[in-house]
Design a protein around this ligand. Structure first.
Ligand SMILES: [Zn+2]
Length: 510
């Protein structure tokens, strides 16, 4: 592994030199800027050290390799992120960041601003206490009976606290703050939702009408909607895969695009995990340590998804911890792009040529399944809308009951016209640990589709077997970390910002 690290550091320096000529400007800076640079570097070294510790603790949490201590590193993060000198310095520099000549330093200030802002909410003493309590209650345990714990009320309390804190910080509510720190922007997000809703509505209506006609239904109910959704999923992921060893197939698929897994500081482990835990990929040290553990029987696309997170981190060459994009503080990495990178790798398993080689499906069958996916994709898209908008509404309309929100949005997005709708309970870990994150999965599908279209245009139909494809992904999407914003990265690699229209065209949605 050592020779690899040496090679990496040489590459890193070479890249850094090439960066100087392409787009970054490091011009001699003022004394003030130098002081800022030095102070932030000190903070970032500490930040990264704590990120390693927390990553390692989460690894133990998922893999059960050792006792997991999540609290101590979180406490350290808390102490670092409430540091007055750091907060004052960023508050002073953020408004005048355009004056900073060194553009990497400028972006570090921007990223610190987002990290500190979101930490003011998530690492607020009261919020952190409640969040830790809820996470602990969610942990699988035989020692403690949790049946009396009121998840629903406590999650609502957490939502209320996040909103309250956001108002104190000058935002209308937590959605506004979160969209500012995650890089999407509140206005952009609303427009995105509206556009996706509008563009998919007619196609979804036709599906609903067809179902009603075929099944002679007067009303379209919840189960009917789930049926449409499951038609999509049954045909989306590859089946009859020839290579049973998932890790072997990940390595082979990487090798096909010119990436040698054995050269990477990555560790994939398949083992039986406690019920309810599917697994997790963790970027413990960017770019030197990626690990993923998964329970038995997961789909190859899930493995590729996690490995996609791995490649994104392992080929990160930016030399500043805050621009490397650790996931432990919301706002540090752009979640949509991170999930997009994961899905970009997963999409190789949905590629026709890949499926021809690694599944027992005939070409005819593969195409038939693709067409079914296209037919039912409006249901998939609108389920995403339904899912993330129910969470968003919890923050936007805090006086409304969760049941009411679900019923209203089921009508709006899933066109369910029965009153008989079984709502979900609020107790879901995602609302606690990954607030307002799920829109990223729909965005990720769009990002992956856009990138795969470019790959096909550049490298031809057989691009899943072209050794230059890996380098293309590394150069355009992984190497600069969080330096460019997510849309700039898409422009760099595909020539366009997020292209929703082409996504709808790809799926033949008119
Ligand atoms: Zn992911």
């Amino acid at each position: 592994m050592k020779s690899f690290l040496l090679l990496k550091s040489i590459l890193r320096n070479l890249l850094f030199i090439s960066i100087l000529f392409f787009g970054f400007s490091v011009i001699s800076c003022s004394n003030q800027e130098n002081n800022l640079d030095q102070f932030l570097s000190k903070m970032e070294t500490r930040y990264e050290q704590i990120a390693f510790e927390l990553g390692d603790a989460y690894w133990n949490f998922y893999s059960a390799e050792a006792e997991a201590d999540l609290k101590a590193p979180k406490e350290k993060f808390y102490n670092l992120l409430v540091n007055d000198t750091l907060n004052n310095l960023i508050e002073e520099w953020y408004p005048k960041r355009s004056e900073i000549k060194d553009t990497i330093l400028r972006e570090r200030v921007n990223k610190w601003h987002r990290v500190l802002l979101s930490a003011k909410v998530e690492y607020d003493a009261e919020i952190m206490k409640l969040r830790n309590e809820l996470e602990e209650k969610f942990e699988v345990s035989e020692k403690e009976d949790k049946s009396n714990y009121n998840f629903e009320n406590n999650i609502l309390k957490l939502i209320e606290l996040r909103n309250k804190k956001s108002v104190e910080l000058g935002f209308d509510n937590y959605v506004h703050l979160s969209m500012e720190t995650n890089g999407l922007g509140y206005e952009w997000f609303l427009e995105f939702v509206e556009m996706v809703d509008k563009s998919s509505l007619e196609a979804y209506k036709s599906l609903v009408e067809k179902t009603k006609e075929e099944s002679k239904l007067y009303e379209f109910g919840q189960m009917d909607a789930y049926q449409l959704f499951s038609q999509f999923y049954k045909n989306y992921e590859p089946t009859e895969v020839k290579i049973k060893d998932n890790i072997e197939l990940v390595k082979t698929s990487l090798n096909n695009i010119g990436i040698d897994y054995d050269e990477l500081p990555a560790k994939l482990v398949e083992m039986k995990l406690p019920p309810g835990i599917g697994g997790q990929g963790l970027m413990i040290n960017i770019p030197n340590d990626f690990r993923a553990v998964m329970t038995l029987g997961m789909d190859i696309s899930v493995w590729m998804h996690e490995m996609g997170h791995g490649l994104h981190g392992l080929y990160n060459n930016i030399n500043s911890p805050i621009l490397e994009g650790y996931e432990w503080v919301p706002g540090n990495a752009n979640g949509s792009f991170a999930e997009g990178m994961a899905e970009t790798l997963a999409w190789f398993t949905r590629n026709i040529e890949w499926q021809k080689k690694y599944t027992n499906l005939s070409e005819e069958k593969i195409i038939e399944r693709k067409n079914t996916v296209k037919e039912y994709v409006p249901a998939y898209i609108r389920f995403h809308l339904y899912r993330f908008m129910t969470e968003t509404m919890l923050y936007l309309q805090p006086d409304k009951k969760f049941n009411e929100i679900q019923k209203e949005l089921a009508k709006k997005y899933l066109l369910i016209d029965t009153e008989n709708f079984r709502t979900q309970v609020l107790s879901n870990i995602i609302y606690i640990s990954y607030p307002l994150y799920t829109q990223n999965y729909l965005l990720a599908d769009m990002i992956a589709s856009q990138i795969h279209k470019t790959l096909e245009e550049k490298f031809g139909k057989e691009y899943a077997f072209n050794k230059d494809v890996g380098e293309y992904l590394i150069h355009n999407f992984y190497s600069n970390g969080e330096y460019f914003n997510w849309n700039q990265r898409l422009i760099k690699g595909t020539g366009k910002p997020l292209d929703i229209e082409t996504y709808f065209d790809y799926y033949n949605i008119k």
